[in-house]
Design a protein around this ligand. Structure first.
Ligand code: BGC
Length: 736
């Protein structure tokens, strides 16, 4: 492999630097030519075999270039929270390099919880620099599948339940990555909303739900983010696997959205030769080869887009136009990335990246409950702080599937708290135990549950306050790829432990590290609850800064927390709606996902979408719109004064929802249409202005296949969460 690499890099350098082959200027190497001309020139020099070789993997994570022409290989890597370690050529296992330990950035649920597109840009730029330094062409992320059920094992890799929020966050992430000459690969297109039966489950839903809920973040990634690659999903949509789904790839993605990048299959997501050739797939990765060969180099030539494709092209079964179309897209991506002489060099595990990881983590921590100002706990306030729970010390950057990382360092919550408050003030007890990362949740620890609880209770008994740090982890059937959670409960006897702690000490704060909602039977008996996600390398520092009050929490929930699983929309319609009957499933809740469901059905969630407390408080002044009557093509200018009324600096996420008061179709009670994160010093006020395009208030009409606005009254709801609406304003929309 190394030899191949060196030859192709050397050839690339020679050809690239001199810009000539056989003494003549080559158009495909001339960066002053348009990309289309360069593609045409490169294609004209390639044999059919060389072109086909570019359409499928040559190793676990790479595909061939054309060494003869100085066109480099494509190297992909996961994503989305850090740059995965190098693996062996044909294995998933780590190759034990000594220079590939990365910075772990917070999970994307945390990024979404910042409600801050600037943080998404910082995230993308920083992770893109790490990818570039490691010489990757493609970063396999970000993921924007919608949070449809709290059981989905991969929710932590995505950006929550709201299409508008995930759209606003995905665009700057992509821009940041691609600034480095590395292609982002937005995934998993589309409807990979559960891990159970993910390789085949056939999703059925209305066009309306598809366009209003499940596609907008992908559309924004393509049209606004100009993403250079996209990954198909494992599941099927209406009977066709999404990695070669004509409707999704050829019609929606490539025709309607005019995507000009590469469609990459998910690893093992390709199942049919004709569909792989015809239905919009460009680059096939990770296929297991029907048992023909399971290992070794030969396996790659058995891919659907390898030998059989070549044979089909030669016999006239497939049109060479299709091959050229695939290769054009791959070449375009290569010209934008590894053949862009101006791309920067990147950097790896730098202090800037630690700083970025910490700031994003701090901005995404959500304070859910804070009675009697439990937090902040200033340094020196208490003599003894008991920290209880396995997640205070467990590495949460490893496990979880393909997003698992080998990190340069990871500051655990316990370490962060010790650094902040001093060793002498922190007492630690594990309290509960899971098993090795990656093992199934059912596998029990060998440690004795009762003695773990006894010793935790003993620790809590003598402490001024107790910080319980638990939640889920990245083991199978928790927040982990390849399987869903079995229920919404906290695993490993944590509820029992919390009850035992509360018996001896009322001052127990619950800190949940997870990418999913959990049930909270103790919710009314604990003074404080914090949702602190998976925070990456800087977890402990971010947590300690927020707890001590150096940073005021400003994160807001990117998905609703139901009281119980059955309250969640997908679960409300029985197994045919989730997880399906093992062959098919029907999204019966249609567009009513997340808060759209809770609001419309008047079900009170445990904690609503968009919710999060602060150490300070904000006053919303009276909002005004610039007029009352608007046409579809106009923008509503909404403004109001926001004031920090408290004693500390803080940031508020002002949220704008709209309701269509009268409609011929079911509309949710509210839909998020704008938000803004505003940082204010104590006593400071700022005029906040939203420009709201009326056309964004349309619904997707299944019958006409168009977006429609029906004239009439709309209500604008301004609030600090989907449930805390401070004021409503009416406007009237005309059809002109
Ligand atoms: C995952 C992808 C990932 C790929 C490569 C697949 O199993 O679904 O998200 O990028 O593996 O690791």
């Amino acid at each position: 492999m190394k030899k191949n690499c060196i030859i192709s890099i050397t050839l690339f350098c020679i050809i690239f630097c001199f810009g000539t082959v056989k003494g003549q200027k080559e158009i495909y190497l001339d960066v002053n030519q348009s990309i289309d001309k360069r593609i045409e020139s490169a294609l004209s020099k390639m044999t059919m075999e060389e072109k086909v070789a570019m359409c499928h993997a040559q190793s676990k994570f790479s595909s061939k270039g054309v060494p003869r022409l100085g066109i480099p290989e494509v190297w992909t890597d996961d994503g989305p929270h850090g740059i995965r370690e190098e693996v062996f050529w044909d294995e998933w296992s780590g190759a034990k390099w000594t220079n590939d330990s990365c910075t772990a950035f917070p999970a994307l649920t945390c990024l979404a919880a910042t409600f801050d597109p600037e943080m998404a840009l910082l995230y993308g730029k920083s992770i893109g620099e790490e990818a570039r330094y490691r010489n990757k062409t493609v970063l396999l992320g970000p993921g924007v599948n919608i949070y449809r059920t709290p059981l989905n094992g991969r929710n932590f890799e995505y950006m929550g339940e709201d299409p508008y929020l995930s759209s606003r966050m995905v665009v700057p992430y992509i821009r940041g990555v691609q600034l480095n000459g590395v292609a982002a690969c937005v995934k998993h297109f589309a409807l990979n909303n559960q891990e159970k039966w993910r390789m085949h489950i056939n999703v059925n839903l209305s066009d309306r739900a598809l366009h209003e809920i499940y596609l907008p973040a992908f559309k924004a990634a393509v049209e606004e983010g100009q993403v250079w690659s996209i990954m198909g999903s494992y599941n099927q949509l209406r009977g066709e696997h999404c990695c070669h789904n004509d409707f999704l790839l050829n019609k929606i993605l490539k025709t309607d959205w005019k995507f000009d990048g590469v469609v990459i299959s998910d690893w093992g997501g390709v199942h049919d030769a004709d569909q792989a050739a015809n239905n919009g797939l460009d680059l096939e990765m990770g296929t297991s080869t029907d048992g023909l060969t399971s290992k070794g180099k030969l396996a790659y030539s058995e891919y659907y887009l390898a030998n059989s494709f070549l044979k089909g092209l030669k016999s006239g079964k497939y049109d060479e136009k299709q091959l050229n179309e695939k290769v054009s897209r791959i070449l375009r991506m290569i010209f934008r990335t590894s053949m862009n002489p101006d791309r920067p060099y990147g950097r790896f595990v730098s202090p800037e990246h630690s700083d970025a990881a910490r700031r994003i983590a701090e901005g995404g921590i959500v304070l859910l409950k804070n009675e009697n100002q439990f937090f902040p706990i200033p340094v020196g306030k208490f003599k003894s702080i008991a920290v209880i729970g396995e997640n205070a010390t467990k590495s949460l950057t490893i496990g979880g599937g393909s997003s698992s990382l080998k990190v340069g360092y990871e500051v655990s919550p316990l370490q962060g708290l010790i650094n902040k408050y001093g060793k002498e003030h922190i007492l630690y007890s594990k309290g509960y135990a899971s098993t090795r990362t990656s093992s199934a949740q059912e596998i029990k620890t060998k440690l004795n549950e009762d003695s773990l609880i006894r010793s935790a209770v003993e620790t809590a008994l003598h402490a001024d306050v107790v910080l319980f740090i638990g939640g889920l982890n990245k083991n199978r059937n928790q927040d982990c790829e390849g399987g869903d959670r079995k229920n919404m409960n906290l695993p490993f006897g944590q509820d029992k432990l919390i009850e035992a702690l509360l018996k001896v000490n009322k001052n127990v704060a619950i800190i949940l590290l997870s990418g999913n909602a959990v049930s909270m039977p103790w919710v009314n008996r604990v003074p404080s609850i914090v949702q602190a996600w998976y925070l990456g390398s800087e977890a402990g520092n971010a947590i300690a800064n927020v707890f001590a009050g150096d940073i005021t929490p400003s994160g807001k929930l990117p998905f609703s927390f139901p009281v119980k699983l059955e309250d969640n929309a997908a679960q409300s319609f029985g197994t045919i709606s989730y997880p399906g009957d093992s062959i098919s499933e029907y999204y019966k809740e249609d567009i009513l996902v997340g808060y759209r469901w809770f609001d419309t059905k008047k079900i009170k969630p445990q904690f609503p979408f968009g919710f999060g407390l602060s150490y300070t408080n904000f006053e919303y002044g009276k909002g005004t719109t610039d007029k009352y009557i608007y046409s579809e093509n106009e923008m509503v200018k909404l403004s109001f004064l926001l004031k920090n009324n408290g004693k500390v600096k803080g940031a508020e996420v002002a949220q704008v929802y709209i309701s269509d008061e009268k409609s011929s179709v079911v509309r949710p009670v509210k839909e998020l249409k704008a938000f803004s994160k505003v940082i204010l010093e104590p006593g400071e006020s700022r005029q906040v202005v939203f420009n709201l395009p009326v056309k964004d208030w349309a619904f997707f009409n299944d019958k006409t296949q168009h977006w429609n606005i029906e004239p009439g009254k709309f209500t604008i709801k301004l609030g600090s969460s989907s449930a805390d609406i401070h004021q409503t304003l009416s406007v009237y929309v005309t059809s002109k």
